[in-house]
Design a binder for this molecule. Structure first.
Ligand SMILES: CC(C)(COP(=O)(O)OP(=O)(O)OC[C@H]1O[C@@H](n2cnc3c(N)ncnc32)[C@H](O)[C@@H]1OP(=O)(O)O)[C@@H](O)C(=O)NCCC(=O)NCCS
Length: 420
């Protein structure tokens, strides 16, 4: 049995944020029915295409384990079919531009009239307020949620991160909101509206930076490299380069081969608890007792010297050898893994975190599987649906259309060219 077996989801999502959420729910066993515009579908199907005439990896990697129905929700018959879907589903998930669902004639009030038990979940860029009508994409959210202003080096511009914390991060938040609302429905018998703003989700993930913003009122942030370098702090949490956020000095240092390999680096943290072991490992045993080095607070203005010494040592071996040497001493290090290395890591395939998926148009491709493991609800990743692949299946099996009623829907132009 799958955890969300029996839960049916009307997936009105597109691009990345919403599909991330519904893909997770599908992996946990929900029946996710993706509603797409006839003949067009989710725009990502044809974005960043790498194989001619095949759905892109952008689409396939975000829409596993779903069914696809083509449906024009602005066509009268299409609206009737959508109404039937709302009746039959437990959850409606959408991430259209603000107001789009209302313009289609499906306000939250109307949706509740159709099905009072439905959970309606929405992603928007911003919550209520002056920016609520804006269309928002990943990097806009990273900038508006406090991440970009705190990412990068102090003397460089703000940076966005490669991890899609705005889109996928918000999808993860929404998935939790949905299962929580379903849990409450068990007791209340009623659905409710769940909303996640991308700005809010990014801010939630940048929580420790807001912590630092408030600490500034009590003086400089001593664990930031700029403190040790004698550079004054301004009014806002600064960019801290690769400093670690937990109060223990940490940086990225070069390893053997860095001249050719852009990822021959490791993260290295000089946790106070293992300082003596760090000194021994890097060949500086005298620092264990030397004035100015022995105590954590005294080391703060010497971090450049200390990390130079660490780097001299890490440059003598590969990032994996650094890991193998430091781990037995509980010295926290983290090799900088490239996506190439990750995609060749058999251990990740063994746990299902990386998967190989077959696809009729593009053949086999790699994907990230479900990162959340439930001991009693296993996940088999299946390929994303072709556009409208399940239109007739959903109309007949889920909504019960047959005979003349079915023919009328097929002839109405609401569901595109049905594939049988
Ligand atoms: C992502 C986003 C910027 C894309 O904007 P967009 O490409 O212009 O797409 P929209 O959401 O505005 O939808 C375009 C139109 O298609 C219509 N549409 C979508 N599916 C349809 C269907 N099956 N049948 C008929 N019309 C459909 C919508 O109703 C909308 O029409 P309207 O403009 O008349 O209201 C926008 O959807 C958005 O801000 N979403 C919320 C935040 C978000 O999730 N952003 C990150 C995405 S990864």
């Amino acid at each position: 049995m799958k955890a969300l077996e029996g839960i049916r989801i009307l997936d009105f999502t597109h691009v990345q944020s919403g599909p991330t959420c519904t893909q997770l729910l599908a992996w946990f066993g929900a029946d996710v029915i993706k509603v797409e515009r006839p003949g067009v579908g989710d725009a990502t199907r044809k974005q960043l295409m790498d194989v001619p005439d095949a759905d892109s990896l952008y689409f396939t990697m975000l829409n596993h384990n779903k069914r696809s129905i083509e449906l024009n929700s602005k066509n009268e018959t299409g609206k009737q079919v959508l109404t039937r879907l709302i009746e039959e589903c437990d959850v409606l998930v959408e991430n259209f531009a603000p107001g789009a669902l209302d313009r289609m004639g499906f306000s939250w009030e109307r949706i509740q009239e159709i099905n009072s038990r439905i959970v309606m979940a929405s992603i928007k860029g911003f919550g209520p307020g002056k920016y609520e009508d804006c269309k928002v994409y990943e990097n806009v959210a990273q900038c508006a949620g406090g991440s970009a202003s705190t990412t990068g080096f102090r003397d460089g511009p703000p940076l966005v991160t490669g991890a899609q914390i705005g889109d996928s991060g918000t999808g993860l938040h929404l998935a939790l909101g949905i299962v929580t609302a379903l849990f409450q429905r068990e007791k209340s018998g009623k659905g409710q509206k769940v909303t996640c703003a991308m700005q809010d989700s990014v801010l939630n993930l940048a929580r420790v930076k807001l912590r630092d913003q408030q600490r500034l009122a009590s003086g400089p942030l001593k664990e930031y490299s700029q403190f040790g370098e004698g550079i004054p702090f301004g009014e806002a949490t600064p960019r801290a380069g690769n400093d670690s956020g937990g109060g223990q000095p940490g940086r990225i240092v070069k390893c053997k081969g860095w001249e050719q390999d852009p990822n021959a680096y490791t993260y290295f943290i000089i946790q106070a608890a293992v300082w003596e072991k760090v000194c021994d490992v890097i060949g500086k045993p005298e620092w264990k007792t030397e004035d100015g080095f022995a105590k954590p607070a005294d080391r703060l203005d010497k971090l450049n010297v200390i990390f130079e010494a660490i780097e001299q040592w890490t440059m003598t071996m590969s990032k994996f050898e650094v890991m193998d040497t430091c781990n037995p001493h509980d010295i926290p290090v983290g090799p900088i893994l490239s996506l190439k290395e990750i995609s060749e890591d058999q251990g990740l395939f063994d746990t299902g975190t990386m998967v190989r998926v077959d696809h009729p148009e593009r053949g086999e491709y790699l994907s990230v599987g479900c990162p959340i493991k439930l001991s009693d609800s296993s996940v088999e990743v299946t390929r994303s649906p072709l556009l409208g692949e399940h239109t007739s299946q959903v109309l007949e099996d889920v909504l019960g259309y047959d005979g003349e009623a079915l023919q009328q829907v097929l002839d109405s132009g609401a569901v595109g060219q049905v594939k049988r």
